[in-house]
Design a protein around this ligand. Structure first.
Ligand code: GDP
Length: 139
């Protein structure tokens, strides 16, 4: 196993509902080490760029509106097999399909407001981290 990185966001509804502590505890308990973290709010332009891969999808506009609707927590996480293990920890995109004990099962409101983001590849983890963190903000 290679120690590698994944990128996450605690999405606006989960932050607003004060679920940040519970989610970070699950992340730490699963063995992830926080390498960078910030509380911030995405502008619609920034959210649009971040989710540009979904530009043609019908939910793109709603997703951009939602992700810029309030503060989020962005974090860079390190662990062996970080990308796959984090996708397992957060559960399916649609919380109705998420396995019991996953972050989305516990904290998601619905398919769009599904508590957290998680990178889907090493390459995207690096791209996504670069949206938020300079070299001096990584430890
Ligand atoms: P993820 O990698 O599990 O986050 O899923 P995707 O990359 O496919 O989608 C990105 C985000 O768009 C999801 O986390 C949801 O917040 C949202 N999303 C995905 N599919 C839908 C959908 O069918 N409807 C709506 N409203 N939002 C969606």
């Amino acid at each position: 196993m290679n120690r590698n990185l994944t990128f996450t966001m605690i999405k606006p509804t989960a932050f607003k509902n004060n679920n940040t502590g519970g989610i970070l505890k699950m992340i730490n308990d699963a063995g992830f080490v926080i390498k960078a973290m910030k509380l911030t709010r995405l502008s619609p332009e920034f959210a649009g760029d971040f989710y540009a891969v979904h530009k043609e999808r019908p939910f793109y506009g709603a997703l951009v509106d939602f992700m810029s609707s309030g503060p989020i927590i962005a974090a860079l996480l390190e662990k062996d097999n970080a990308v796959d293990d984090y996708r397992t920890l957060i559960g399916a995109t649609n919380p109705e399909n998420a396995v019991k004990g996953t972050i989305r099962k516990m904290y998601a409101t619905n398919l769009q407001q599904n508590a957290v983001h998680g990178s889907d590849s090493d390459e995207n983890a690096n791209i996504e981290a670069d949206f938020f963190f300079s070299k001096t903000e990584r430890y």
